[in-house]
Ligand binder design. Structure first.
Ligand code: 13P
Length: 246
């Protein structure tokens, strides 16, 4: 059985004070029966690393550069993340695809840069409401994942995939467990065709996961945990979601 992963995506939220409270609430309620991680804004990586150093909670970033170093103002390399002990980096989040015009190949290159330094990329895929209503869900998520699979080659089995339907992010409108499972099963089948590790890989669901819907979502055959936005900012909610995962 795959061990579940619950990762908080803090997005652009936090402060020294609220981070300390949140992290101590998460640490204080452990240990957990699943892997737990928080993906924090870059400026808070250092304090997060110090706070979580002796805990079982892992930490990561929300984006990275595809480049190793150079004249790329504002970018952060995976090598820098490694210096802070990052274990994960989210790539291809829909907010980056939408607001920063990130395309499939750039996302794939970022995932490759992460893996080349031993950081696990959490690769996000997901359709918009218009695409779902046009019956394009399958073709969109397959196209997004396919770019990453091809770029990673024999390392594809080392990524974590997150299915995040754009229409469910921050809207309070969660995909039903059946809707999510259907897409997760498609993604698993695509991974099986690409790597012998497919059945050991984690496919997370993200999009309005809350304490009251987490256990039903996580009970689906191909849902291996969650990527949590809003509910990861409140310790009691995040802890409840982690408990629902194991
Ligand atoms: P919400 O949980 O706030 O819907 O956000 C989901 C998400 O985008 C996680 O990456």
């Amino acid at each position: 059985m795959r061990r579940k992963l619950v990762a908080g995506n803090w997005k652009m939220h936090g402060s020294h004070t609220t981070n300390a409270e949140l992290l101590s609430g998460i640490i204080g309620s452990g240990p957990y029966g699943c892997d737990v991680a928080v993906c924090v804004p870059f400026p808070y990586l250092s304090e997060t690393a110090v706070t979580l150093a002796r805990s079982q909670i892992r930490w990561g970033a929300q984006d990275c550069s595809k480049h190793e170093q150079g004249a790329y103002t504002g970018e952060v390399s995976v090598g820098m993340l490694v210096e802070f002990g990052c274990r994960y980096v989210i790539v291809g989040h829909s907010e980056r695809r939408q607001f920063h015009a990130e395309g499939d190949q750039l996302v794939a290159d970022k995932a490759k840069a992460a893996l080349s330094r031993g950081v696990t990329p959490i690769v996000c895929v997901g359709e918009t409401l218009a695409q779902r209503e046009a019956g394009e869900t399958e073709s969109v998520v397959k196209r997004q994942l396919s770019a990453v699979i091809h770029t990673l080659g024999h390392c594809a089995g080392e990524m974590v995939v997150a299915y995040e339907p754009v229409w469910a992010i921050g809207t309070g409108r969660t995909a039903t467990p059946e809707q999510a499972q259907a897409v997760h099963a498609l993604l698993r089948a695509q991974l099986r065709a690409a790597t012998p590790q497919a059945d050991a890989m984690k496919i997370l669901y993200g999009g309005s996961v809350k304490p009251d819907n987490a256990s039903t979502l996580f009970g689906q055959a191909d849902i291996d945990g969650g990527l949590i936005g809003g509910a990861s900012l409140k310790a009691s909610d995040f802890v409840a979601i982690c408990r629902a995962a194991g």
